[in-house]
Design a protein around this ligand. Structure first.
Ligand code: C5P
Length: 202
């Protein structure tokens, strides 16, 4: 098993006034946090997609950036982990857990997920239509792991609504499973999220 890592760090970062991945958390840029956890969790080699030192050019959509990373995957790579630069707090243990489950060999993709805690409502404007049963719902994170062939088949699928790579694999008929994610593995979406992460680290 040879695992290649892709950190997606492109995109406009318009809420931050500069590329989001270059923002520092505890003195280390977000993209570097993501690279370090992939390397210490078991990836042999990691490519960064985005405007960061040593990074390769990204694409318009997140899936295009992932495809740019796949284009530089070494020939011998059997599996790939795709990780958001915007999730700096994923641990090496989580990376290891995803790789371990992939290594069993019976699935196309592995995603980290955590049970949904809040009550969920379906709404239309301000009107609540109904309460959604959350029993079978998990909230999904990165790093997401794939067999290289399965991710390539997923990416051949034309689906602009897919919000992650696992969705593409699901829609191409692949088997996707989840492992337990991490509550602190939050995604930096708004500038205020950084203060929350600084607090978590201290
Ligand atoms: O925008 P969002 O927070 O959903 O992005 C998730 C991750 O995907 C971020 O790490 C971002 O840098 C990356 N991304 C990318 N290329 C894009 C859009 C997002 O690499 N075109």
């Amino acid at each position: 098993m040879t695992v290649f890592g892709i950190v997606v760090a492109a995109g406009s970062g318009e809420r931050f006034g500069r590329p989001k991945a270059t923002i520092e958390l505890a003195g280390r840029p977000l993209w570097k946090w993501a690279v370090d956890s992939l390397l210490s969790g078991g990836c042999g080699d990691v490519a960064v997609v985005g405007e960061v030192p040593g990074g390769i050019s990204g694409g318009v959509r997140r899936r295009d950036s992932v495809a740019a990373g796949m284009a530089v995957a070494p020939d011998g790579a059997t599996h790939v982990l795709v990780h958001d630069a915007a999730r700096p707090l994923a641990t090496a243990e989580l990376v290891g857990r995803v790789i371990e489950r992939l290594a069993v060999g019976d699935v196309d993709a592995v995603v980290p997920g955590i049970p949904v805690r809040d009550t969920l409502k379906s709404v239309s404007g301000e009107t609540v239509i109904r309460t959604v049963d959350r029993t079978d719902l998990v909230s999904v994170q990165t790093p997401q792991g794939f067999k290289v062939g399965s991710l390539r088949r997923g990416h051949a699928f034309d689906d602009d609504d897919a919000t992650d790579d696992a969705a593409l694999v699901e829609r191409s008929g692949g088997m996707v499973v989840f492992v337990t994610g991490e509550g602190h593995n939050l995604k930096v979406t708004y500038p205020g999220d950084l203060a929350v992460m600084e607090a978590l680290l201290s």
